[in-house]
Ligand binder design. Structure first.
Ligand SMILES: NC(=O)c1ccc[n+]([C@@H]2O[C@H](COP(=O)([O-])OP(=O)(O)OC[C@H]3O[C@@H](n4cnc5c(N)ncnc54)[C@H](OP(=O)(O)O)[C@@H]3O)[C@@H](O)[C@H]2O)c1
Length: 239
């Protein structure tokens, strides 16, 4: 059987690391990126502990930087003769009331949360079409509930995630004609580093495993199924 390959951004911790370990379990060879080399290496080790039969390749990149993305795309193409799954996961947020929101935060969040997945997907979607033949592929975008509903002080993050959801849905229309399934995963708050400064704490939040379960459902579904937008959130009330 042909080897399977997946690319994951933001794989150094949190949700991206959880998805990497899941895909390792399912036998995917992995090409992982983030900025922090030591944390990426930790993810690599966790993946190969889970499955000794896979290969895992890492390359650091700052996704705010187009040259870094180009270098990562070239690296991924060298390592992966085909691409079965692309997970656009890297992202971050800074919060401020609209009157105090800073332009440099807008530029950085737009670059990482919106421009990077747009640019990377443009390149790797073509690679999937070129290399995968009739076997299709999956693009899984980790958007957010903030791509669907507004949150106060989240005006920049909301812009990036509403935009990312719009991009994902438009791409899905095009991709499904070519046998590629595109899904937007939109979780509410998840207890990761992303939430470490949340004044409400993290006890009530979703866990990484809850997001990983949703990815697993997509993974187990044939490419004919299009999960356009999966929105889910914690049940417990914030106290
Ligand atoms: N946690 C939540 O409540 C929540 C809810 C809904 C959606 N999300 C979304 O889920 C995704 C993952 O978040 P998480 O909760 O797992 O957060 P996290 O633990 O903070 O992880 C974020 C990941 O993104 C990478 N990253 C951040 N900036 C980057 C940059 N400039 N270049 C390259 N990589 C970068 C980080 O790696 P390095 O620091 O090593 O670069 C890290 O691997 C994000 O898109 C986030 O918006 C999170």
């Amino acid at each position: 059987m042909n080897k399977k390959y997946a690319v994951i951004t933001g794989a150094s911790r949190g949700i991206g690391r959880g998805i990497a370990i899941l895909l390792a379990e399912y036998g995917y060879n992995l090409i992982l990126t983030a900025r922090k080399k030591d944390k990426l290496e930790e993810t690599l080790n966790l993946c190969t502990q889970k499955n000794k039969d896979i290969e895992v390749f890492t390359k650091t990149a700052d996704l705010a930087n187009i040259n870094d993305i180009d270098a990562f795309v070239n690296f991924a193409k060298q390592k992966a003769p085909r691409l079965d799954i692309l997970v656009n996961n890297a992202g971050f947020s800074r919060y401020a009331p609209a009157s105090k929101a800073a332009l440099h935060d807008w530029e950085e969040m737009m670059a990482v949360n919106l421009r990077a997945p747009f640019y990377l997907t443009g390149k790797l979607f073509n690679y999937m079409l070129e290399k995968n033949g009739d076997s299709g592929g999956k693009i899984i975008n980790i958007v957010s509930k903030a791509g669907v509903v507004p949150f106060e002080w989240s005006n920049i993050y909301n812009q990036t995630k509403f935009g990312f959801l719009g991009y994902t849905k438009s791409l899905a229309l095009e991709a499904k004609k070519k046998g590629i399934q595109v899904s937007a995963i939109c979780p509410g708050s998840v207890a990761t580093d992303f939430q470490k400064n949340n004044p409400l704490g993290t006890d009530w939040m979703l866990q990484v495993s809850d997001v990983v379960n949703v990815v697993e459902m997509i993974l187990k579904s044939p490419n004919r199924v299009q999960f356009e937008e999966i929105v889910f959130a914690p049940v417990r009330k914030k106290s």
